[in-house]
Design a protein around this ligand. Sequence first.
Ligand SMILES: [Zn+2]
Ligand SMILES: [Zn+2]
Length: 377
Amino acid sequence: MEKKSSSLFWGEIHIHSNLSDGRGSPKQNLKHARDVVDLDFAAITDHAEDLNQEKWKVTKDSTEYLNRLGNFVTLLGFEWTHPSGKEVWEPLVREGLSPSELDFPLYGHRNVYYKGRNGEYFAWNDPESDTPDKLWDKLREQGTRFLAIPHHPASYVFPVDWEYFNPEFERLVEIYSIWGSSECPASQDNDRPILRGGGEIPESRGSHVRDALSRGCRVGIIAGSDGHDGHGGRTRHHIQNLTEHEGPFYPSGITGVYAEELTREAIWEALWNRSCFGTTGGKIKVKFSLDGHGMGSEINQLNVPNVNVGVEVYGTADVRKAELIENGSIRKILKGNSPEFKRDIEMSLPEERPLYYYVRISQVDGELAWSSPIWID
Ligand SMILES: [Zn+2]
Ligand SMILES: [Zn+2]
């Protein structure tokens, strides 16, 4: 089948409003994302635990209203917020345990996005949906399409135990938000690790994005804000009271999506297909391909010794380097010295399968971008 051409659209789909613990109404936040941050798509993801049917109706109506005005797309979503708390991360951090070694289940947080305009919200404090498995069952029962995205998986407060990963619905991971980057530990070359007050770096071992990829979770990459301050799409502060959540925080991230057109269906499908990438906030355009297969692809190249690696970046500042990550380690560093960065290289493939590759872009101003991976089986 001939692939239709796609365009790049920018969005941020992790916004909290005053319907849960954020500021500003859903409409105000979505308009801020559209008009001030100049995004093409956005979504409100209020904590389901704070919602009721009346508030959910406001979420649905506001989401639908902004989507219908045209030239801007919204997705209907909510956040399932499991409260893995201090009592969990303290021993985890102190003793260096990995999530699966704890008695307490570390389900983490999931944002759920519907493809259509209808769907219910499900909260962890409802006995009907208090585990990921029950959540998937409830979502499945509705007979409408949805995708789920875990966020800040390496957070010390709310880590994700990848043991509970669901390959059927979890197509993406939010690698970066104001919390920091969950790509890999600070010790392994992460410039923006998740921090506590005072700049301490307590990370949850085994919960990073590379851990997920290495254990076979085939997640694409997005970045967001997790903003709560009424500035939808680009938050200024995490919450109303900064000390409450033990900052410090980083600037908001955003997501670039290659979609056929700017419609809810096309954006949702492109996210489902992992045809996307995340940045630390700058509109850094990233293209990454292996033998012409784009981000998110799974390709079969069992007996081919070489692969063509294509990296194309249009930065918001000079691109310092593009690092090609192969199964968790840096395979190649391609250096740059201008905002426009284009490389096409032939590279030998190791024998092991499966392989995953993604690129991490670093600009001279410290901004970063991460492509979604491509898998070779
Ligand atoms: Zn969350
Ligand atoms: Zn959130």
